[in-house]
Design a protein around this ligand. Structure first.
Ligand code: MCN
Length: 752
């Protein structure tokens, strides 16, 4: 084990730091045309007319297209019982959110295409219709987003376990809260982008995506083409955070028009478009109640949640809803639970997966209501949580149907408290308060669900002893390529630098499920491990043949197969060379050194952890400063602590954004008031706390051969409640909705 578990620096970084990363916008083909979209300025309107002549006469303009010429639909998988609505690639007579594409302009340059948009916008005739943006209004069905459905309800999910009515009847006290989790924008450094290149009867599509294979499948469906006609390549992808799991109108339009016009077409998202036309995350309103016994024991939990779908369903509209419901019991022993989730259409940008996809919402409801309960009871929030933590036996099936493989929840909490010196922090808080300072401590505990599906991995060892790995996952910033190389380097005793990892190309890799749900390492890594083990066994047989011993007599270490107890060895490099030389191979053995394996994750893994934030609120400006942040994320076996730590740090900062700064603000007319980085506040480096992180005591998952669970989303799940709890603790308030901006805090304390 030379590399597993070691903090190996990212192999990806050198090319990225040298500016050698090639993103969609860096790719060019001769004769490439550019696509720009005329987007709706209104949230709800009938399209009465569009004057195209002036735009068509402008320099470089090749064509202007509407739904009439491109009558395509965005396909989507929906759960049973859902109410799907027709989602056109270009609006069909009606627009339903600000930013919805109405017409596509294709021109020789991007500037020419954008100039033509201005002319088109002047000739656009819209007849405003009533709109519904607020969730509680949407529930009333007075204004319908899709009148043909007769309701705004896209989907209802209901789960009940235990004697809920009895629990609430028996309760000595019920604490409740109405908790709004605002829409946020999953902004990545690189926005979305697509370059569609016609190739014979088919198409080569470069896309900034997390799921090349799924994109190919959906695109083939949208275009009515066989999948084999399409090759999807994800070049370097500069972040995604869940938003690049969907098929969007732009990909369909670029692909369709490239084939129609017989020339490559490129579209690269502008930052404003990222705010208007890329799926938002979160967007829920939950009413949560906790029934407590006289001794302060939780008897039951009830939640009614309204979830904002936006105007149309996307590929990832529903998973966050499922995730919210599934994880609502969290790490706690709760004897009875009832949750109803109503997913509602509104006249707004569609919502979808965003880092955590439902688990941050569930954790936020739970960690806020537990905090409120502890405060109401006058008990220390740590003690209150500790009393309710699940202690096994594991595996434990929750009332919502999650199958926790377990671990040591109390141990993780204890590790956190020790790392942070919790008692000393409380004493510090006490002292600070005496001086009039507003210092607060906030804890959040979580269990989350990571991983799904199968993955395919191929390991090819070349005659020169180098290796190429192929994976159906599609990392886009997490650095999984480094972890994959570590796994294979150890399995085959190869130097790290001789391993190359290939992903993100449907032609090079036959199938795969991409990167999402913190699945890549545990599912993709396991497939590569199994493939590498197959390669190792073939190498062992070759080595045994060369050394004239039995395969069982060999050990692989230090880059060579060695005979146990004898000074005889053959190097891995030599074995690799022989593998391609039929004259030297054992009789009947296939030439070459390449194996493929798939790994199918049965169920999922359930990492858990605890985060603690220490904050101070400035009494004059109400700015929140995070003075300290500690996290224990138990993610099974950690393959690369540097990568895992990077994920924890990044996730916490993203969670801090949600807690303190970020909100997509829609006015009652559905106008997005935060559609630029001037208005939408992302956390900056100076606001980012240094996360004191530990993976706690490793409890390897029995679900996969690596024993790994996912870490990619943990920070974004735990940080919002940890920070919110800390700020509210500092101010002595029971609840305020996110984000906890200075004006909101000021009003709560001063303005009433
Ligand atoms: N890792 C490890 N040991 C473990 C688990 C993970 O060493 N036990 C390492 C992996 O090798 C990988 C990283 O930690 O380098 C994250 O792995 P994993 O938990 O498998 O998560 P994924 O690679 O599947 O990443 C997806 C996750 C999600 S769902 C979102 S959203 C998110 C996130 O990752 N989006 C990101 N982190 C992101 N980071 C960047 N830079 N950009 C995004 O868009």
């Amino acid at each position: 084990m030379a590399f597993l578990g070691k903090p190996v620096p990212r192999l990806e970084d050198e090319r990225l730091l040298r500016g050698q990363g090639r993103y969609v916008d860096d790719l060019s083909y001769p004769g490439t045309l550019h696509l720009a979209l005329l987007r709706s300025p209104l949230a709800s309107a009938r399209v009465l007319g569009l004057e195209r002549e002036r735009a068509l006469g402008m320099p470089g303009v090749v064509g202007v297209f509407t739904h009439e010429e491109v009558p395509l639909e965005i396909p989507v998988r929906v759960p049973k019982g859902a109410n799907p609505a027709f989602h056109p690639a270009l609006a069909k007579g009606v627009v339903r959110y600000v930013g919805e594409p109405i017409a596509a302009v294709v021109a020789e340059t991007r500037a020419q295409a954008e100039d033509a948009l201005e002319a088109l916008a002047q000739g656009l005739d819209l007849d405003p219709l009533p709109q519904v943006v607020d969730l509680e209004e949407a529930l009333k069905d007075e204004v319908l987003v899709h009148p043909e459905l007769g309701t705004n309800l896209a989907y209802r999910r209901y789960v009940k376990g235990g004697e809920v009515e009895e629990a609430f009847q028996r309760a000595h006290r019920v604490v409740q809260a109405k908790i709004r989790i605002p829409r946020v924008a999953p902004l990545s450094l690189e926005g979305r982008g697509v370059l569609a290149v016609p190739e014979g009867e088919g198409l080569l599509l470069y896309a900034s995506t997390q799921v090349p294979h799924r994109l190919r499948e959906l695109l083939a469906q949208a275009l009515g083409l066989p999948q084999e006609a399409l090759r999807v390549v994800a070049p370097e992808v500069g972040g995604a955070f869940g938003a690049k799991l969907n098929l969007y109108p732009e990909e369909v339009l670029a692909a369709f028009l490239a084939r129609r016009l017989g020339r490559p077409i490129k579209w690269v998202e502008g930052r404003r478009e990222a705010f208007l036309a890329t799926a938002h995350g979160r967007g829920q309103l939950g009413e949560v109640a906790l029934a407590l016994s006289e001794e302060g024991r939780v008897l039951g939990l009830r939640a009614r949640i309204l979830a904002d779908v936006g105007a149309y369903l996307l590929e990832t509209t529903f998973p966050p809803h499922g995730g919210t419901v599934l994880m609502l019991q969290g790490p706690y022993a709760i004897p009875a639970l009832e949750v109803e989730l109503l997913a509602l259409y509104t006249h707004a940008t569609p919502t979808g997966a965003y880092r955590g996809a439902g688990r941050p919402e569930a954790t936020f409801y739970l960690e806020r209501i537990f905090e409120i309960a502890a405060k109401t009871l006058g008990e220390d929030p740590v003690a209150f949580r500790r009393r309710h933590l699940l202690r096994g036996p594991f595996p434990h099936r929750t009332l919502t149907g999650a199958q926790y493989e377990g671990g040591d929840y109390e141990g993780a909490l204890q590790a956190l408290l020790e790392a942070a010196r919790y008692e000393e922090l409380r004493a510090f808080q006490e002292e600070a308060r005496k001086e009039g300072r507003k210092v607060g401590l906030g804890l959040a505990f979580y269990v989350e669900v990571t991983g799904y599906g199968y993955e395919v991995g191929t390991v090819r060892v070349h005659p020169d002893g180098s290796a190429t790995l192929f994976t159906g996952t599609s990392p886009h910033g997490q650095g999984a390529g480094t972890a994959f190389a570590q796994i294979v380097a150890d399995t085959l005793s190869l130097p790290l630098g001789r391993i190359r990892v290939v992903y993100g190309d449907t032609q090079a890799i036959p199938m795969g499920q991409g990167t999402a749900g913190s699945r890549t390492l545990q599912v993709g890594g396991s497939a590569l491990l199994l493939a590498a083990e197959k390669v190792r066994e073939k190498m062992r047989r070759i080595a045994a043949h060369l050394l004239e011993v039995a395969p069982e007599d060999l050990v692989l270490e230090g880059g060579a197969f060695r005979v146990k107890g004898a000074p005889l060895a053959v190097s891995v490099a030599e074995v690799a060379q022989v593998a391609y030389d039929p004259r030297r191979l054992p009789r009947g053995m296939e030439v070459g050194l390449e194996e493929r394996a798939t790994f199918n994750l049965e169920g999922a893994t359930f990492p858990y952890g605890a985060h603690l934030a220490l904050v101070e609120v400035d009494p004059e400006t109400f700015l929140v400063r995070v003075l300290g942040y500690w996290a224990v994320d138990e993610v099974g076996r950690v393959v690369n602590p540097l990568l895992a730590y990077g994920q924890a740090q990044g996730g916490v900062v993203q969670g801090l954004g949600q807690a303190l700064l970020e909100e997509v603000v829609l006015d009652p007319q559905g106008q997005n008031l935060t559609a630029s980085l001037l208005e939408y506040a992302l956390p900056r480096a100076a606001q980012a706390p240094k996360v004191i992180w530990s993976p706690g005591e490793e409890h390897p998952s029995p679900q996969n051969p690596l024993g790994a669970k996912g870490i990619g989303e943990a920070g974004a799940i735990a940080a919002p409640p940890a920070i919110a709890n800390a700020v509210l603790d500092a101010l002595g308030l029971l609840h305020l909705d996110l984000p906890l901006t200075p004006p909101k805090l000021f009003q709560a304390l001063r303005g009433g």
